[in-house]
Design a protein around this ligand. Sequence first.
Ligand code: HEM
Length: 360
Amino acid sequence: MQTQKSIVWRAWGWLDGRYRLTPLISALLHVEIPRSARTYYLGGITLFLFMVQAITGVLLSLYYQPAPSAAYDSVLFIMHQVNFGWLIRSIHAWGANLMILFCILHLLRIFFQGAHKAPREITWAVGVLLLGVTLGFGFTGYLLPWDQRAFWATTVGSEIAGVVPLVGQKLLIFLRSGPEVTARTLSRFFGVHVLVLPATLLTILAVHLTLVHQQGLADPTRPVEPAEGTTSAAGQEKKDLLPFFPTYLLDEVIAWYAMLAILIVLASLFPAGLDEPADPLRTPEHTKPEWYFLFLYEGLKLVPRIVGVTVPLVGGLFLLLLPFIDRSPQRIPRKRPVAITIGVATLAIIIALTIRGWLS
Ligand code: HEM
């Protein structure tokens, strides 16, 4: 043990001497966080779920074949022949849903605590892009099993893109790699799902986490941010601060363990299923997108299509630019009645449309 330890320390000393790692590690770990900066672990859990998706996704891609003649059978093979293949696939499916859910909860916590306000405008905007990429993972991944549900949900989903004003038809052709959902769509979705989106998410995530590290977490009890060029811990007494390492990080890791346990239980009790193989000539009676797109789908049934597409697009742009539009520095919800009312009303409409879609 003693020798092992000294080997590790010697290796560390060797690297540190060459690359001056100690100041870097110290800058990353020795950060202080305001005690009242409650994050409810939501950003950290989203990060953890992304790591789970990356690991299970790589394992699945060892067996998955992105061609209509082979995709369905390769998924059957993963489920019935590969050791623990069903579990890995189910964890990936549940992980996708939970990652989207926690990303949305993280966004809501930030909005309601006013943590998106200056000086964190760019952290917020980058976060909205992360949510977009996360939804992109859900959309592209859904097609891959190439069963009836996957095929028709993608057909319907990409049709919605076709209604976007001015660029709709071009967007539809771009998404499907042609006018219909075919083998080319499957191979495009696979490439985007395993290469383009992971690379994009990793790049944007690096920016997001660097910004969070540089500014520190917002203290929701402080209506006004300390002077520019300082972190949110500036000016606070020692007793009001928590060390990121080990206290905050340990709590975070416990939350990750709990999440892993939940994932394994969900995946074991409710394993991911598979419908009949995709048949482009047989339209199923009920085609529905996944829960996170249901509100869009339901909205389209209630209003003219052009309105049903334009409103969410404008809403997305509004969300991206929110901290630049709502410029009051006030964080406490009681003192932001207009923003909170609009937020709650929007959320209520989205939940109502989702439930309506679920029940229909
Ligand atoms: C893949 C998705 C995302 C990951 C992995 C992620 C990760 C994180 C982490 C680990 C933190 C620090 C701890 C915490 O607040 O929980 C954080 C903070 C933050 N995130 Fe995210 N995030 C994601 C998406 C988003 C989204 C969708 C938004 C909002 C639109 C957002 C906006 C912010 C902001 C403003 C902060 C600073 C909060 C504060 O100072 O209290 N993030 N993010």
